[in-house]
Ligand binder design. Sequence first.
Ligand code: 5AD
Ligand code: SF4
Length: 442
Amino acid sequence: MEKTFHITTFGCQMNEHDSEILAGLLDEMGYRAVPDREEAQVVILNTCSVRENADKRFFGTLGQLKRRKTADPDFVVCVCGCMMQQQHIIDTLKTKYPWVDLVFGTHNIHRFPALLENVIRQKDREIEIWQDGGEIVEGMPARRLHRCKALVNIMYGCNNFCTYCIVPYTRGRERSRRPEDIVKEIRELTADGVREVMLLGQNVNSYRGEPEDGGVCSFADLILRIAEIDGLERIRFMTSHPKDLSDELIRVFADCDKLCKNIHLPVQSGSSEIMKRMNRHYDREQYLEIIRKLREAVPEITISTDIIVGFPGETEEQFEETLSLVEEVRYDSAFTFLYSPRVGTPAAELPEQIPEEVKHRRFNRLVELVDSISAEKNSAYKGRVERVLAEGTSKRNPGALSGRTDGFKLVNFKGENDLIGQFVDVEITEGKTFSLEGRIVQ
Ligand code: 5AD
Ligand code: SF4
């Protein structure tokens, strides 16, 4: 039997990185990745539960695999990720999808090779879910999507319990990796050609590392430690919570050249009352004050956000406050979401759920505003020369390369493939809503 695999990843960068680890583990087991799911002997669906449409897409994709599973008993179907940490999903899998071979969760990825071997050897299904993360497992392999940049987990879990969010239930409580382990991993990555790292955590600002020699390492301390690594040129992070954004971190933004001048700072709503009911621990004025301080310290900083429309009880006036906040901040970009009730979260139980058509109407207005500001901001880049890390070939534009500026703007430009992995100076010739076009300058 040919040992081939295919992984489909839903959701955020945490999941993407978990999939890189699964791919690394499969490499070690002698499996080969294939681009087409139909060709793979082992298929993994790594799921997301943050919104309902991710659930639906998962079950849709899973359903498509049934016919092949029935025809080919050696075909192995594995499902993992956030959805598996919810009991009602496990119950559905057991009753409606008994042909799925392997089910595991977010806390026991390192168990995957042993579980897969059991499934193949015993020709029997395995369901193994851990309720919470134990000790952090270090030293797992990862097969990176890009040669020149890497995702690096610095912490796991979330303690914030925003009332709409399922993540604290699926990813468990916050646990920070030791700073030494993080630095060691990034040193190895840079030795392997990585120039840029994205530090990952649900709320990286509350990183609290315990160094071997005692004391506490804050997130700002960690960035400074990482910045000392020779060969590493760029540091980014995702995601930060406004309530924990320290003045110390703002200073590091200003002082540390390697820290990219870009922040993703989810606001979720423009109304202080809704922020309170979301359990966000800041209000509109406090959020705007952080934005002011960031821009004062680093005038060129680019800022993006997440916004939810139609949180239970959101009035038209409160939604207008979201629009006015967006106009005030003028985000470089924003991810906008329709509120989606998640089983087990407090907001799903609230009585005043907003009708779908109202949510959609508000959502469309918000997207229109967000996009027009993005387009305006991007068009102001025309004529500027930006340093871009060429990451790969452009998806949309065959024959072109794409990469990111320091401020995380996506740029497409003509160039030879041997530039991939290098920094190039690109003159911006056009600013579009979601990307920039440019040409290399010598
Ligand atoms: N409904 C809609 N959007 C949500 N998000 C998280 N939970 C929900 C939900 N139940 C959004 C938040 C978060 C982003 C990752 O997903 O904006 O920042
Ligand atoms: Fe969810 Fe809030 Fe934690 Fe982000 S900070 S993962 S929105 S609970």
